[in-house]
Ligand binder design. Structure first.
Ligand SMILES: C[S@@+](CC[C@H](N)C(=O)[O-])C[C@H]1O[C@@H](n2cnc3c(N)ncnc32)[C@H](O)[C@@H]1O
Length: 372
């Protein structure tokens, strides 16, 4: 068994470091913030506490996290690569992930900018310097079940002359990719960037959505997210008072309800089992709209992908309350993540497992008494 070091690191969007630290303080009072830079935060287990084998840092704003082994000062990169393996020691790692912290000015992160070529060069250099006993597999484009639970060597380029080295286990699909960044690019036909947000949410949540599933999206205009659903073969009911892009409107599996959610007839949702929401309003407004649907007697929603906008970052402190509210509607698998393609907002994935439809209430007509 690997002895775990009493330090962890997390990478996040530039500018949300303090949000992440507050979240950690709430959830893990035994963690103390240590070294941090924009987009990169570390914590120390305080008061001689030690991480146990099953420890997970489940923080919404950590796009990637791992145990910290130390830092390497970089002069000659080949020498630095050898130093990386000294820190790894006997830990049986199966993959090498290298990524840079997000050093953009706060609020200016561009999720589309590819990492510099040097990142891949450093990964190759570190992989080539692996001791013979190490059996590495290439970073994969599809998470492989057989690798679950295995260790990954993490090298975060904090500065060109400073690499931080750590390890994480391969678990959820996002852990298979350096920095938790899914390999996505916007298809040419996409009408809005929300396409990528939806695609990332679907890959991260791994919901058991059957082919031909029926979705409704609240806040669907102009239609990028709906397109991501349509491209997977699903039917989509888009609910939005604004205009949809003509390319989405003409899709045979798309229907537009040009109304606010509150004005949409409930019968339109009777066959819908999956719900997405991307309304540009405060979280409680979106949650009110969603609640009015999922708690309606004849509506049966199995799973949801909700974007909750955070017009103020301080609203992040209320995320546990938002998730509790969603659980109270009968969703027992509820997770949140600050996706790579989220700006000042988070994604919530909620699933009812097992799925239970509401009982059908048959109203009996009152029998009239026959006159005797
Ligand atoms: C961020 S945009 C949605 C982007 C969209 N998901 C896409 O993929 O292109 C937010 C949308 O929410 C819509 N909206 C605001 N209030 C709404 C409500 N009560 N019901 C439905 N849509 C609403 C707005 O008209 C706007 O089009």
């Amino acid at each position: 068994m690997t002895t775990l070091p009493p330090f962890i690191f997390a990478t996040c969007q530039s500018g949300v470091e303090n949000v992440l630290k507050r979240e950690a303080a709430r959830q893990y009072p035994f963690l103390r913030p240590a070294f941090s830079r924009r987009g990169f935060v570390t914590f120390k287990f305080a008061d001689a506490t030690q991480p146990l084998e099953g420890f997970r840092f489940e923080a919404v704003f950590a796009r990637a996290w791992g145990f910290t082994l130390g830092r390497v000062e970089v002069g000659d990169q080949a020498e630095a690569a050898r130093q990386v393996w000294k820190l790894i020691g006997e830990i049986p790692v199966r993959m090498v992930h290298v990524w840079p912290r997000d050093s953009a000015p706060p609020g200016r992160s561009d999720p589309d900018t590819p990492w510099p070529d040097e990142v891949e060069q450093i990964r190759s250099l570190i992989s080539a310097a692996a001791p013979e006993s190490v059996n590495l597999v290439a970073p994969d484009t599809t998470p492989r079940r057989g690798l679950r639970g295995q260790w990954v060597l993490d090298c975060i380029i904090v500065d060109p002359d400073e690499w931080w080295v750590g390890i994480h286990r391969l678990e959820g699909p996002e852990t298979f990719y350096p920095g938790g960044r899914f390999p996505l690019c916007l298809p040419e036909h996409a009408v809005s960037r929300a396409y990528l947000k939806m695609e990332e949410a679907l890959r991260w949540s791994q919901f058991p959505v059957p082919p031909n599933a029926r979705w409704a999206e609240l806040g669907s205009a102009p239609g990028g997210a709906s397109q991501a659903l349509l491209d997977r073969g699903y039917e989509v009911l888009g609910v939005d008072p604004a205009e949809m892009h003509p390319a989405v409107l003409k899709h045979p599996k798309f229907t537009h309800l040009r109304r606010r959610t509150t004005q949409a007839p409930r019968r339109a949702f009777r066959k819908i089992r999956w719900l997405a929401a991307d309304i540009n309003a405060a979280p409680n407004y979106t949650l009110d709209a969603v609640e009015s649907l999922v708690t309606y007697p004849q509506i049966n929603i199995r799973g949801m992908i909700l974007t909750l906008k955070l017009p103020e970052w301080t609203l992040a402190d209320r995320i546990p309350e938002y998730l509790e509210r969603i659980r109270s509607w009968g969703y027992n698998v509820v997770r949140a993540r600050h996706l790579w393609y989220n700006k000042q907002e988070i994604c919530v994935a909620a699933l009812m497992r097992p799925f239970k439809r509401k009982p059908v209430v048959v109203r009996q007509k009152a029998r009239r008494k026959r006159p005797t």
